[in-house]
Write a protein that binds this ligand. Structure first.
Ligand code: HEM
Length: 382
């Protein structure tokens, strides 16, 4: 993939042209959305003679149901204790479930630490964390607008438009303001990444040779789960998932159909987990290649992703958000039910998936710790 075609440093082109992009965005009709737009098609449909739909027209009723959390204290809120594993037979399914619009994104007390990492990576490893292909500009603006709309409605005391500073958003958690109208001072995806805790990936249909495929056309990824963004930008979903066992046989068809049918307004989520032997969020090297042998249980982390998918109504792009949580395995020690389910899930992985997730490295250590905890529980309750 020719990296020169990427726009990550390309604000020089983007900024002077954003006015045009915004006008084009406003003119794309809702009617065009079901036959999802390639960037070319998007420009072609944006003629001055078309009717402009009010922005709410693409939203279903539930989308406006975002109740403000007025006294939300991020500093005292620990990460949500998701436990996304189940014992029993392993099944390779999409595993998506609906999300209420008001529960789209999460905020918790890791915010400051992760925002600092984001800012540091943007300076020191920019092309590793942010990639933008030409033609994804309108969708990136729509991501920013969607994020701003959500945060200002859900957390109005933390994110708001400061008085006397038109066209800006104030992030009360970091005390930073960002210009959120053209001409932008930072790339819109970079701004969005400095508001939320999720990684942000944009997938656009036909953004490559295959018209029905969705291609990764822009991404901010602070927490890649063992993959290199610079390599995979511009790839279709099936190619991105090349290293994932059983993807081709069990998931490819259903995911591809699902993407073609997603409606604006619907939000779904799925969760997964990996194990790793360090505390790194920014993990590009595949897990199985990068783990130390015979790790100590105290060093093993469960890396859990809460992913959401939604179609953006104006551009038709699909936004894939990924929030990553690192939980030390030993933190489960007071949760015998979770330990039981976790051990069951780990042991039920088919061989190919176990190898992909590096079970040969951490498996024995994890199993013996889990069993010991469960023995204690059984003794205590006897
Ligand atoms: C319904 C949609 C999707 C499903 C069902 C799905 C499923 C999976 C599965 C099963 C894995 C293996 C790890 C695991 O979750 O246990 C995986 C890994 C991955 N997925 Fe997805 N995925 C979906 C959407 C996406 C999207 C939109 C992206 C775009 C960035 C993406 C990027 C990745 C990457 C980069 C990996 C790591 C691959 C590797 O190990 O090299 N996924 N996905």
């Amino acid at each position: 993939m020719a990296m020169d075609s990427l726009l990550h440093e390309g604000l020089s082109w983007l900024l002077p042209n954003l006015g045009l992009v915004v006008i084009a965005l406003g003119l794309i009709t809702a009617a065009a959305i079901p036959r999802v737009l390639t960037p070319k098609a998007a420009t072609a449909t944006a003629t001055a003679t078309e009717t402009v739909n009010p922005p709410h027209e693409n939203k279903n009723e539930s989308e406006s149901e975002i109740h403000p959390l007025l006294d939300f204290d991020v500093a005292t809120r620990p990460p949500h204790p998701y436990r996304p594993w189940r014992s029993g037979k392993f099944a390779m399914t999409m595993g998506v479930s609906k999300v209420k619009p008001e529960e789209w994104l999460d905020l918790d007390n890791k915010y400051w630490q992760e925002q600092e990492l984001r800012r540091q990576l943007l300076v020191e490893s920019r092309p590793e964390v942010m990639q933008l292909l030409h033609g994804s500009e309108a969708a990136c603006i729509e991501v920013l607008d969607t994020v701003v709309d959500y945060l200002t409605r859900r957390y109005p005391s933390l994110f708001y438009r400061p008085e006397g500073k038109d066209g800006y958003i104030y992030n009360g958690l970091t005390n930073l303001s960002f210009k959120i109208t053209a001409p932008y001072e930072l790339h819109p995806l970079e701004i969005a990444a400095q508001l939320v805790m999720e990684d942000l990936n944009l997938l656009v249909q036909g953004f490559g040779p295959e018209p029905d495929q969705y291609y990764l056309s822009a991404s901010f990824s602070m927490a890649p789960a063992g993959w290199y963004l610079k390599e995979r930008i511009g790839w279709p979903l099936w190619k991105i998932h090349g290293p994932v066992p059983l993807w081709e046989e069990k998931l490819r068809l259903s995911v591809e159909r699902f993407f073609l049918r997603m409606k604006p307004g619907d939000i779904v989520m799925r969760q997964n987990f990996f194990l790793q032997t360090n505390n790194a969020m920014f993990q590009q090297e595949p897990f199985a290649n990068s783990m130390l042998s015979a790790p100590k249980i105290e060093d093993i982390r469960i890396r859990h992703e809460r992913q959401t998918l939604r179609r953006l109504p104006k551009t038709g792009a699909v936004l894939f958000t990924v929030r990553t949580y690192l939980t030390p395995v030993v933190d489960l020690q007071d949760e015998p039910d979770s330990i039981r389910e976790f051990l069951g899930a780990v042991n039920a992985l088919p061989e190919s998936m176990a190898k992909y997730k590096g079970r040969d490295v951490w498996g024995e250590v994890v199993e013996s710790w889990c069993k010991k905890q469960l023995e204690h529980t059984d003794t205590d309750s006897a």
